[in-house]
Ligand binder design. Structure first.
Ligand code: ZN
Length: 105
């Protein structure tokens, strides 16, 4: 279960538009910067742009998938979205039981 550090991140945030994706990226980057989250890079990442480059403003792939781990309780989060056709995706905890709130715009 989530801890006090990451409970505010335990939301299912719908990403439908580029500005929502940009916001989700910014939230991830801020939480890495303040030591709440660490990026988890899979053995064979399906994205060509690293999250750090993305956070600096690099263009995203047609499909993005980034994984994060709370450094305090090991809760896993991911940001995944299909950007090419705009069908979108989510920022959410991997464990659906950890979702405290659904945010759709
Ligand atoms: Zn945590």
């Amino acid at each position: 279960m989530a801890c006090a550090r990451c409970k505010d991140l335990c939301i299912r945030y719908a990403v439908r538009h580029p500005h929502e994706l940009r916001k989700a990226i910014q939230i991830g980057a801020e939480n890495i910067a303040d030591g709440t989250l660490g990026e988890v890079v899979p053995d064979s990442p399906c994205v060509s742009v690293s999250f750090i480059e993305l956070a600096k403003g690099a263009a995203w792939d047609d499909y993005i998938e980034y994984h994060f781990r709370c450094l305090h309780c090991d809760e896993i989060f991911w940001l995944h979205a299909e950007t090419y056709h705009g069908s979108g995706g989510y920022w959410e905890p991997k464990d659906s039981k950890s979702i405290r709130e659904n945010i759709t715009n």
